[in-house]
Structures are given as structure tokens and as C-alpha cells.
Design a protein. Sequence first.
Length: 173
Amino acid sequence: MSTIDFNFEVKVKSAHEALSQAINLFRIYLDEKTPATGAEYYRAKSLLKEGRLFFEEVMKEAKKLLGPLPPYATPEYSEWREETAKGLKLIVEDKATYDDFKNRLLSDSFLTKLFSAEELEAYLHKYFEQQRKGKRKLENLKCRLLIARLNDLLDQAENLLPEAQKKLQSSIF
């Protein structure tokens, strides 16, 4: 297996775009000015489904690269996995301080496409200490922030769906 087999950043970006667009379309659809028969509902629902599928793919790849090693894993597999994660820039150097991580993440070109500086700081503040506890590794913090961001977008879109369904059903009767 080579690093080419993994399209982690592409899948993260695709999930982010689909979920963000779904949220925007649900909000447009839920606006009083938009008719209940508007096509925004169906497009948003489709984007939500697409975003959910990309999110599931992101989770699979993250678990494969950063999750616990299977008990039957060979040393070569372990080495390949670490090299692949480093090649994909999923691992952040295990620096000691919060400020080191903050500066490193704020200068990451991929993260700045998905987070504003304020959002990134808020996520970092929320997850920094949690990532240091238990069996988690602080070097996996970047991946944790990406997954948390996508999960929040997924939750937002899924929370808007029932409201949109109610509006659509009101137009049927």
C-alpha cells in the first residue's frame, strides 16, 4: 500500500464542502421568502447524504492510519502506517505547549482553508487537553480537529433537516 491509496485531505475537503453547502441551502429553504416547493430542500438533502458518506470515509481512513494497531500487525505495517500519516501531514510534531500547537496549526495551509483563525483556536482550546488524556496521542490533534469540525457540520445539517421536512410537508396539505 502506498500513500497514494489515501485521499484523506480530498475526502475531508469534499465532506466539508458538501455539508457546508447543505447547511446553507437548508437555511435558504427555511427562510420565509423561499416557497415550500423550492428545489433547495432536495439539493440540500442530497448534499447532506453526500457529506455523510465522505465523513464516513474520512473516519475509516483516520482509524486505519491513526487508530490502534491490530494485534496481528507486522512491524512493516506499523512503519508504513506511520510514514503514510507523516506523508499526509496528519501528524503534528509532539510539542509540549499549547502555544506551540496553536502556532503550528494556525500556519497549516490545509486547516486555514477549513477554519477561520477564531474557529481553529476554539476547537484547539476545546480538544487540546482531551487529546492528552488516556491512550490518545497529542500528535494526532490535527486529525482530531478535522473530524470534530466535520462532525459538528454534520450535526448542524442533520438538525436543520427535520425543520425543512416540516416545511415541505406543510406544502403538501
